[in-house]
Design a protein around this ligand. Sequence first.
Ligand code: GAL
Length: 422
Amino acid sequence: MTLSTRTMAFSAMLCLLPGLPQAGSVEVLHYWTSGGEARSVQVLQQAMQEDGHTWDDFVVQGGGGGNAMATLQDRVLRGNPPTAAQIKGLDIQRWARLGFLSNINDLADEQQWDERLPPVVAAAMQYNGDYVAVPVNVHRTNWLWANKRILDSVGVAVPTTWAEFDRAADLIAAAGYRVIAQGHQDWQHATLFETVALSVGGPEFYQAALVEHDFRAMRSDTMDAVFDRYYRLLEHMPLSDDLGEWNQATSLVINGEAAFQFMGDWAKGEFSAEGKVANTDYVCAPVPGTQNQFLFNIDSFAIFDLRGASQADQTAQNDLVRNIMDDSFQRTFNQNKGSIPPRTDMSMSAFDDCARVSMSEFIAAAANDSLLPSIAHGMATTGTVQGYFYEKIGELTVNPISPSESSRELAKAIRYGQYVIK
Ligand code: GAL
């Protein structure tokens, strides 16, 4: 009897022995490809392999996840859903409403999710009160990343107001450095724009305009002031197609070619992947004017209903969910990814200064009504409205018009996105 037939006979025999762990496989669809992102998802892959399961990595190129969602839709409509997919925010509701997701309340009860997750996170993972997705982390989008050596060499501190930012920008430009590194993609421009809207307008304005899409707020003088500030940033932000991906922009800050990047804290994953240390090589700070305010973006895996799957694959899917909420995974994954754990019972002692600041600002923002859903990352509105928001901000970034015309154009685009049937 050859080795392979003996192994197959042995594993078949194993399956017959109840209670013994069964090796199954999971196929996970995600879009984590940058250095820090890949390092992070490998932590989950390893945890699954340590449980004896096979990890089938279905990775789709393209930061922000637009391509991944199109690929997922195509696969599911062909009746070939993955075990789990990186789906976030309101899109979880959409997939659950269509009946594709699995009720994982048993696992949530087993791991006391209701006691361990902040209400904003628990709610995002549920459909009609049932858990259908598992949270991986909490990202904050309103961060500014700075190269410490450049700041020290021109003698400026990290700006906390736009006036300080303008002064620092002039000194940095005069010293011959690129001031702002920004990848030339609509979702990245939309991410910057939402943080400027929070900074210039404040939490109530952000909520009214970019979450509730209140027409008066979208057409207000405040929105004009947001565009005015946004356009002034463009003066320090050279855009080119050969600087497309967000992590390419982060590399310019890491390498000392650019002073600043405005980006969610997944950028920190790139600094860590390069062995850079917070407050030594680089500095993390809230976008000027957004201290104690937190634009959240929660990564999660939606769990697909595996009708007809083998018991082994069902067990593997359950183990995937269990591993994601496990202490050691939560610690290592979030250290690599640049985010914070979604669990409120995790110690932050093993995390760096930026993560500890993020967790304390997450808690502070929850207490002072400044914990707000990111529109650029699917937490605040439907995928359709988000698409029109991306497109319009992208268009205005390339062809700026007057602030008041810009507000009118953006209001029209969001209104259209609300009512267009897709
Ligand atoms: C976000 C995602 C983050 C990060 C970023 C860049 O949408 O939630 O985890 O990966 O895109 O790709």
